[in-house]
Design a protein around this ligand. Structure first.
Ligand code: DOR
Ligand code: ZN
Length: 334
């Protein structure tokens, strides 16, 4: 069995910076493009920082046919700043983090009311809003508690395209039915694992991410929406590499590194459910339609020939451990 995907897109990707960027960019470039997250240290808050980061990303890609769609870290920008961002090559949208909710998000939004003016201008200018939607509540309830915020934003800014990033719950899937201006990304790991896989036996640091994987019924809801061809759910890997010593440590950093095997594993998953015909929409078609993207032409053929996942990826003095490290998965890139 095989499938050829046309210009697959990853709508949520962490590439990092410096030596780590040099290692991860080529490993993430099977896709035709990806939305690149801005939670660097310091975060990417200005068009100038974004341009400079995009240049470093391009250099690290070493000529791969891959378009970085750059996300700017949400701060209360005025009209002139948003116009400047919009005019900057490679700009995609703003990523809003509640302050302190995840890796390098200390400079995020502490009081959402202060975001209103910026959101209003974004709505007028047609700039998408991407949101890390978690409250500061109990870890398993954070996403569900944040749904009230999505409801409020979607109601008050009906023309703003709001992406609920990396949704993990049945309730978030359901919320899409209420508001046509909401869309969502779903990661690979949240289609595959539950909290049991992370912490049900010996703790698995390489499966620890934010939002944390949830209950079996949540995974089922994500799977059935995605495999059913939901038109407003896009693939966003949230592939989030951390150095091995920051994962296999007391105070394990949040993030699952999936980029190098995301497409083969997605194909295996969709094939196992007899839903390969829905994969193109999930990894490209929905994003193109929602955001009007016209990615570079790139065909990726995947087939049901197993691949061995490396125990780790190493280079530039960095070591990163992927999901399924040292294991075989059923599909590979042809
Ligand atoms: O697990 C995560 N890792 N979740 C996030 O929201 C951020 C990401 C990262 O940057 O490491
Ligand atoms: Zn992320």
């Amino acid at each position: 069995m095989e499938i050829t995907l046309e210009s697959p897109l990853d709508m949520h990707l962490h590439l990092r910076d410096g030596e780590m960027l040099k290692l991860t960019a080529p490993l993430s470039a099977a896709f035709a493009g990806a939305v690149v997250m801005p939670n660097l240290v310091p975060p990417v808050t200005t068009p100038q920082m974004m341009s400079a980061y995009a240049e470093r990303v391009h250099a690290a890609l070493e000529g791969a046919a891959f378009t970085p769609y750059m996300a700017l870290f949400f701060t209360a920008l005025d009209e002139a700043a948003l116009a400047a961002a919009k005019a900057t090559p490679g700009f995609f949208g703003l990523k809003l983090y509640p302050a302190g909710i995840t890796t390098n998000s200390e400079g995020g939004v502490a009081n959402l009311k202060e975001a209103d003016r910026t959101l209003h201008i974004m709505e007028e200018m047609g700039i998408p809003l991407l949101v890390h939607g978690e409250s500061h509540g109990f870890v398993m309830d954070r996403e569900q508690e944040f749904l009230a915020v999505y409801r409020d934003l979607a109601t008050r800014f009906p023309k703003l395209t709001i992406s609920m990033e990396h949704i993990t719950t049945a309730a978030a899937v359901k919320l899409l039915d209420e508001f046509p201006n909401l869309c969502a990304t779903v990661t690979l790991q949240h289609l595959l694992i539950t909290l049991d896989d992370v912490a049900g036996g010996a703790l698995q640091p390489h499966l620890f991410c934010k939002p944390i994987a949830k209950r079996p019924e949540d995974r089922e809801a994500l799977l059935s929406a995605v495999l059913g061809g939901h038109g407003r759910i896009m693939f966003g890997s949230d592939s989030a590499p951390h150095p091995r010593h920051r994962k296999e440590a007391c105070g394990c950093a949040a993030g699952v590194f999936t980029a190098p095997l995301a497409l083969p594993k997605l194909a295996e998953l969709f094939a196992s459910h007899g839903a390969l015909d829905k994969l193109q929409g999930f990894v490209s078609g929905n994003a193109r339609r929602i955001y009007g993207l016209n990615p570079v032409e790139k065909k990726v053929t995947l087939h049901d020939v197993p691949m061995q996942v490396p125990a780790a990826y190493k280079g530039y003095g960095e070591t990163v451990v992927p999901i399924y490290a040292g294991q075989e998965i059923g599909w590979s890139v042809k």
